[in-house]
Design a protein around this ligand. Sequence first.
Ligand code: 5GP
Length: 189
Amino acid sequence: MQKTSGKLFVISGPSGVGKGTIIHKLLEKNPNIKLSISATTRAPRPHETDGVDYYFISRDNFTKLIKEDKLAEWAEFSGNYYGTYYDTINNTLQNGYDLILEIEVKGAMQIKNKIPSAVLIFILPPSFDELQKRLTGRNTEKTEEIKQRLAIFEDEYAKSFEFNYKITNDNLDEATEELQKIISREKQN
Ligand code: 5GP
């Protein structure tokens, strides 16, 4: 029997909006959807594991990946590099799984150009104040870093019209449900 190839979903949104939580809730219920593991030059946070959350690599190795054309997209975010391996996209989709890339907006735009069939979804906070509260509350970044991430959000928001869908994360279960519906609908197309 011939396997049908999977679909690519790109999910962006500001740091602290709850993308990670929504995606993990979705993955629990959908074994056919995989999450891409990116390469990054950022240092791991205390709870993060190499090869699970990211591939944590040096700047030299990241530059090598770019030169060898191993990355489908990459971008600098808040002083660090992040990128998606071509191999992850190709292997996952060819094996019939759907794939989620949880990436920032510059990378999302590169995917949109290279892979027009990709579905782009932007997750919004209920308000800027709420985002600031969530970012401060999660205690993973220092004050300067939080300020930088909030400033990036203003730029990213300006690009959110390029996305196919927008979801406001006011309530975690409702936002996850909305994402589930979008994915199910897109799978039928
Ligand atoms: P964090 O440092 O909070 O893990 O991620 C910072 C930002 O980088 C987030 O917006 C996240 O979605 C984005 N990001 C993670 N992996 C990639 C990637 O492979 N490519 C791009 N362009 N952005 C990524």
